[in-house]
Design a binder for this molecule. Structure first.
Ligand code: FES
Length: 56
């Protein structure tokens, strides 16, 4: 599912970033250049990040 339409970033990209060692949501954002354009995806992206961390 696309999370960030501006940058073409999916929920899988976010999970992969966590799996690759991103230690914070800020780091995920930086690695993927997420929410850097219109910013509308930030809240949903954060929810995906949090729920993935809680699934461990
Ligand atoms: Fe992510 Fe616009 S939808 S920056």
């Amino acid at each position: 599912m696309y999370v960030c339409l501006c940058k073409g970033i999916t929920d899988k990209h976010i999970r992969d970033s966590v799996d690759a060692g991103a230690g914070s949501f800020r780091e995920v954002r930086r690695q993927l250049d997420l929410a850097s354009q219109c910013g509308k995806c930030g809240i949903v992206a954060r929810e995906i990040y949090d729920s993935y961390l809680n699934s461990y």
